[in-house]
Write a protein that binds this ligand. Structure first.
Ligand code: NOJ
Length: 484
């Protein structure tokens, strides 16, 4: 518009309007590209899974029903001062009773997958020993309801709600074995209807956030040596779970994990910085994803921890490195990295105080993180398949007087991340599906109900679910199988 006066511009629009609305828009904005209609706009593969994710303690409620045992999150949330405003998961979204309604929400989005987790203490109340058939029956009902609606179930076996009864919790090596046995039991019973199992969700939250920082259950602040041993037990538990699932489940069952690997994004997309991001990805994830993908702890990790390094028994690393069918990555924020002349070869950039984040102060925005998560992991370890097992954000949602939630910031967030996901798919990386966190607002662990991540608004007094603007956006993205 630079060379037109405002009046000339107005006149041209009026003239175009005389030709009718379509011509008017076409002519007046002829220079405005419309990405949605570009014939070369890449799309996702036709069988791409579009889903939502949740976890048991965050949505189910019904903590005392049908023989469920206590989990460490029941204990932690009931400990004064641990969770925002004393919130607990006692009722949460009451999805234990309202699961059919929740499947309807998925169906109305057009979702083809649902990632949910199984509450270990609901199925094996003491962590080991006698299973609770009534607990398992709930998941059978849920799986059947999903299948009846053409939605594929993707099951996370362990999403932080450890049975309280397990002696020593993750500090005990026996808990790794207990996870394997529980995972094998569930997969043995459900693999006639469920094809994909994730062993665990986010190693570092289980180990470090729960046992070193004390911010998650069980709320411990152990020494570095003790916390590193917890890390080892958790990855060992994952490896045992992979093996026992394979031994117990039907042929064709696929096993992986859901991991919030640190996503290193090259500050500038040049060869040297891309290589720096690769190195940082291996080294920055050494205790967790690297150990799982390579079946070893990097020398740098062990040397760095020195006397605090985990004690590893003969054969552990082979178990931890059990081959996977796919890798799931939870992607929220980027960590910018660049090559430098140091011995390490790279440096991780600090963030200016003006760096934008969503309602959760830790949730720094960086849509390209989703592309680099896939590219780094694919190029380093070449997994057969990848899923984005979580991506989404908190927003200060407001229910308007008309009953709408205009979460334009969440739509902005999702649109940009999915656009970068589309780049990864278009470049041929084997990304098979995307699970948006979350289907609905829920218990956000220490933030209680104070942070909303859902694309459906939940009134926690009435349990009414209301689709937000972001749900409408997601429905359209799914319908067109592309970023919109
Ligand atoms: C990661 C966790 O898996 C999930 O439980 C949590 O609610 C989201 N991120 C958002 O913090």
């Amino acid at each position: 518009m630079k060379n037109l006066t405002r009046r000339q511009f107005a006149a041209s629009v009026v003239a175009a309007a005389a030709l009718g609305p379509a011509a008017s828009a076409r002519d007046a904005f002829a220079q405005t590209p419309n990405p949605a209609s570009r014939p070369d706009q890449p799309e996702f593969p036709p069988d791409f899974i579009w889903g939502c994710a949740t976890s048991a303690y965050q949505i189910e409620g019904a903590v005392k029903e049908d023989g469920r045992g206590l989990s460490i999150w029941d204990t932690f949330s009931h400990t004064p001062g641990k969770v925002f405003q004393g919130d607990t998961g006692d009722v949460a979204d009451d999805s234990y009773h309202l699961y059919k309604e929740d499947v309807k929400l998925l169906r109305s989005l057009g979702a083809t997958g649902y990632r949910f987790s199984i509450s270990w203490p609901r199925v094996i109340p003491d962590g080991t020993g006698k299973p609770n058939e009534k607990g398992l029956a709930y998941y059978e009902r849920l799986v059947d309801e999903l299948l009846a609606n053409n939605i594929a179930p993707y099951i996370t076996l362990y999403h932080w709600d450890l049975p309280q009864a397990l002696p020593g919790g993750w500090q005990s090596r026996d808990t790794a074995k207990a996870l394997g046995d529980y995972a094998g039991f569930v997969a043995g019973r459900l693999s006639d209807r469920v094809k994909h199992f994730f062993t665990t969700n986010e190693f570092v939250c289980i180990s470090d956030v729960g046992h070193r920082l004390g911010l998650f259950a069980p709320g411990l602040t152990l020494s570095a040596a003790e916390a590193n041993q917890v890390r080892h037990h958790v990855v060992l538990g994952h490896g045992l779970a992979v093996q026992v699932i394979r031994a117990n489940a039907r042929g064709g069952t696929l096993v992986g994990l859901a991991e919030n690997a640190v996503v290193y994004v090259p500050a500038i997309e040049t060869r040297e910085h891309v290589e720096a991001a690769h190195r940082a990805t291996r080294e920055g994830n050494a205790p967790f994803l690297t150990a799982v993908m390579e079946g070893k702890y990097l020398d740098g990790y062990l040397e760095g921890e020195g006397a605090n390094a985990p004690k590893v028994a003969e054969g552990d690393m082979r178990i931890i490195g059990s081959p996977l069918d796919f890798v799931g990555i939870n992607v929220y924020q980027p960590q910018y990295v660049r090559a430098d002349g140091s011995a390490q070869g790279y440096s991780v950039e600090s963030r200016p105080t003006s760096y934008p984040h969503m309602a959760s102060p830790w949730l720094f925005i960086g849509p390209e993180a989703i592309y680099w998560a896939i590219r780094n992991v694919s190029e380093i370890w070449k997994p057969a398949a990848l899923f984005i097992t979580e991506n989404g954000c908190s927003s200060d949602d407001v229910l308007t007087a008309e009953g709408r939630i205009e979460d334009t910031d969440r739509v902005m967030f999702l649109r940009n991340y999915v656009t970068h996901l589309q780049r990864a798919a278009a470049e041929g990386y084997p990304v098979k599906g995307y699970f948006l966190w979350s289907l609905m607002d829920n218990f956000e662990f220490p933030d209680g109900y104070g942070k909303r991540f859902g694309i459906h608004y939940v009134d926690f007094n009435t349990q009414k679910r209301t689709p937000k603007l972001s749900a409408e956006w997601y429905r359209e993205a799914i319908r067109r199988n592309r970023a919109v």
